[in-house]
Design a protein around this ligand. Structure first.
Ligand SMILES: NC(=O)C1=CN([C@@H]2O[C@H](COP(=O)(O)OP(=O)(O)OC[C@H]3O[C@@H](n4cnc5c(N)ncnc54)[C@H](OP(=O)(O)O)[C@@H]3O)[C@@H](O)[C@H]2O)C=CC1
Ligand SMILES: Nc1nc2c(ncn2[C@@H]2O[C@H](COP(=O)(O)O)[C@@H](O)[C@H]2O)c(=O)[nH]1
Length: 325
């Protein structure tokens, strides 16, 4: 199997078919809705909050609200009251089942539900998917996180409408060091491996360090890309603002860090400071322009045209050119 990651892959251009990058359509469809770009901010406390989610929904972007210290039922009510779609996260414990009961009893149907646990290839996830199918059958279910084709096949067979791939490639992730497991360091080839068997959309989660990594994810099978670090250091980002030597940073911590959990047990995440660099609107606009450029380099006009390009692996044992012929 070829092993590579975002920083040692480059995509190869094909003859341009547009006169302006504005002709390239970066939009993507997930769960029957169209979104401006294939990017979703990570469902983490230092990346999204209610205001950011509402703004994203209003402005044509996909979001997934986090599931920590939050009244999910009230969140769904608030989003629907504003005429916006609701996209929530759930775990697999009793309070999560209580949330599902409460939503169903009140006739509240979130348009998207993401079952989000560290090791998503699990009976507990199968059980939650089954419960959601019974209680909230109209919700679109995203399940994860996983890192192997076997897991993608199981989650799809259990009823997931999309899977989230990425065990440990995140910037604040320490899973690799703590457990010896994961896709950290080879996330892009793990994505390719999973995408070969997937029959439903994949959300590539973690490890995006440059805007060009979005196109690389799409090339290797992602429908959507989940991003934490690159969106944690914005003016609106909910992490605490910290000043160091006159420079302004935002706190960014892992959902499995002691900062999120409130205790040091089963910790698989850390806290870092991200320099503050611009607004959410400007960053998403720049990402859209960069994806439009990627589409034009791919010789296409639509996002999925990126899937047609060849690529090279730079350095290492697998180095070489990979042609689609
Ligand atoms: N993408 C990634 O690489 C990772 C992401 N995270 C994120 O951190 C957040 C918290 O995750 P998580 O701790 O799972 O959430 P929860 O604390 O809600 O735990 C979910 C359930 O899974 C169990 N569990 C957790 N890890 C494992 C494991 N390795 N093997 C078997 N069972 C396990 C927990 O039990 P118990 O605690 O008793 O074991 C609990 O019952 C999520 O948002 C998750 O996405 C966390 C780690 C890795
Ligand atoms: N192993 C851990 N992974 C975590 C934790 N909290 C979040 N995450 C994952 O990281 C991505 C974001 O990655 P980034 O490279 O864009 O910053 C996020 O979506 C989660 O899947 C954690 O505590 N441990």
């Amino acid at each position: 199997m070829e092993i590579f990651d975002y920083d040692n892959i480059l995509l190869l251009p094909r003859k341009c078919r547009v006169e302006s990058r504005a002709e390239c359509d970066a939009s993507v469809t997930l769960g029957g809705r169209s979104f401006r770009i294939p990017v979703v901010p990570a469902n983490m406390k230092t990346v999204v909050n209610e205001e950011i989610c509402a703004w994203m929904a209003k402005n044509g972007y996909f979001y997934v609200m986090h599931r920590f210290d939050l009244d999910n039922v009230q969140f769904v009510k608030d989003m629907h009251a504003k005429g916006l779609y609701a996209s929530i996260s759930l775990g697999v414990k009793q309070p999560d089942y209580d949330t599902v009961d409460s939503l169903a009893d009140q006739g509240l149907v979130p348009e998207y539900i993401t079952i989000d646990i560290a090791h998503g290839h699990a009976d507990t996830v199968q059980k939650m998917i089954g419960y959601l199918k019974k209680k909230l059958p109209a919700s679109y279910i995203i399940a994860g996180n996983v890192g192997t084709p076997e897991a993608v096949i199981d989650l799809e067979n259990w009823g997931a409408d999309a899977t989230k791939v990425g065990i440990g490639p995140g910037k604040v992730c320490i899973t690799k060091m703590k457990t010896g497991f994961g896709t950290g360091g080879w996330q892009l080839s793990a994505l390719k491996w999973c995408a070969r068997v997937a029959t439903k959309p994949i959300i590539a989660d973690g490890g995006i360090r440059e805007h060009g990594d979005i196109a690389k994810s799409v090339r290797f099978g992602a429908t959507m890309v989940m991003i934490g670090a690159l969106l944690a250091g914005l003016e609106e980002s909910p992490g605490k603002t910290v000043e160091v030597d006159g420079k302004i940073f935002k706190e960014y911590y892992g959902s499995a860090s002691d900062f999120n959990k409130g205790e040091y047990r089963h910790v698989e995440g850390k806290r870092i400071l991200e320099p503050v660099k611009g607004t959410l609107a400007d960053t998403l606009r720049e990402m859209e322009e960069d994806v439009q450029s990627s589409i034009s380099y791919a010789g296409g006009t639509r996002l999925m045209d990126i899937r047609k390009v060849n690529y090279v692996i730079l350095g290492g044992d697998n180095a070489g050119e990979h042609l689609l012929m």
